[in-house]
Design a protein around this ligand. Structure first.
Ligand code: NAP
Length: 319
């Protein structure tokens, strides 16, 4: 039987480029779509090249793609995802268009894969979370299962690739000391929209709507790899050694023990969430502090979306 036909919309972008690499490695039959700006160009696909097609509503509605992976802006997703869904395709959307909308699953397969399958009963649209939410939930879920989260503080150190391919080019062209790290987020009251997303998405995925989460997000002059300093307060006591053992068993997590610790350089190009500096935090009852780094373009975006797609394709095959 022929394999699924995959369409990547936003294939020329920072996330789309990595998505194509991962799909080529997995041997999927793939088509590449982007805006009129890059339509007609050819871009790398494994050892070969692939033609970039324009993502017109007509092309998306043609019904000759089984599953679309969208990595375009929120506006383009709001326009194109419903068209793909109406044409019968499965859609995994990496923008924030659907993430917090009731009824749309927001999925990190290691945490809540079953939620993705619920979409097959309705419009087959699943949202992929923010690039900081994904690694955070991979770490929080096993700690919650073991000792119940009471509150979470997180400070992020986010690479410029999180802001897209153009920002990567800027950082490559400018000495890092001169790169403008001005906030590229908008303000939602006293919080940035990035901080608000991290809080709301984490609560939705963990299904803990009242979990207190304090977040501060900043950009750093790093090309690829987001890092997060995390402080958790638990209902029950968990020693640093116990937390280390729990996280060593957690899927997609790799624990580093001192003198090794996570860095974006070590995380970039890898599939795992690197976690280290796990220690008891005397500033909170049952408190733990830890640090993670993760490739924001892979597990933080493209890889997580492909893992969701594979859950959905397996669900369709089993039906
Ligand atoms: N970067 C990350 O770490 C990350 C992580 C998680 C989620 N996301 C989300 O993923 C999406 C893409 O991010 P990115 O960093 O890859 O951005 P990017 O590098 O700026 O790429 C944007 C892509 O979207 C295409 N595009 C723009 N407008 C379009 C339209 N109207 N129709 C079709 N294609 C269009 C662009 O095509 P052209 O080349 O033709 O302009 C390009 O391929 C965003 O929603 C972002 O929030 C990003």
């Amino acid at each position: 039987m022929a394999g699924p036909r995959i369409g990547v919309v936003g294939a020329t972008g920072a996330v789309g480029t990595v998505t194509l690499q991962l799909l080529a490695e997995r041997g999927y039959e793939t088509r590449a779509f982007a805006s009129a700006r890059s339509a007609g160009s050819r871009i790398p696909f494994g050892d070969d090249e692939i033609l970039v097609e324009e993502a017109t509503p007509e092309a998306i509605a043609a019904g000759d793609v089984d599953l679309f992976l969208f990595s375009v802006g929120t506006g383009a997703s709001r326009e194109l995802v419903p068209i793909a869904s109406a044409a019968g395709a499965i859609c995994v959307d990496k923008s924030s268009a659907y993430r917090l909308v009731d009824g749309y699953p927001l999925v990190v397969p290691e945490v809540n894969a079953a939620r993705a399958l619920e979409s097959l009963e309705r419009d087959r649209i699943v949202a992929n979370p923010n690039c900081c939410t994904i690694p955070l939930t991979c770490v929080l879920q096993p700690l919650h299962e073991a000792a119940t989260l009471r509150r979470v503080h997180v400070a992020t150190y986010q690479s410029v690739s999180g802001a897209g391919a153009q920002r990567m080019e800027q950082l490559r062209a400018e000495p890092s000391g001169e790169h403008n790290l001005a906030m590229d987020w908008t303000w939602e009251g006293p919080d940035s929209d990035e901080e608000a997303k991290l809080r709301a998405e984490t609560r939705k995925i963990l299904e803990l709507p009242d979990l207190p989460i304090s977040a501060t997000c900043v950009r750093v002059p790093v090309l690829v790899g987001h890092s997060e300093a995390i402080w958790v307060e638990l209902e029950e006591s968990l020693s640093a050694a116990e937390a280390t053992e729990i996280l060593e068993e957690a899927p997609s997590v790799r624990v580093l023990r001192l003198p090794e610790f996570p860095t974006p350089r070590d995380a970039a190009g890898g599939d795992e969430v690197l976690v280290g500096r796990i220690r008891e935090d005397e500033a909170a009852p049952n408190g733990l502090a830890l640090f993670l780094s993760c490739d924001n373009l892979r597990k933080g975006a493209a890889l997580n979306a492909i893992q969701i797609a594979e859950v959905l394709l397996a669900g369709v095959a089993a039906a």
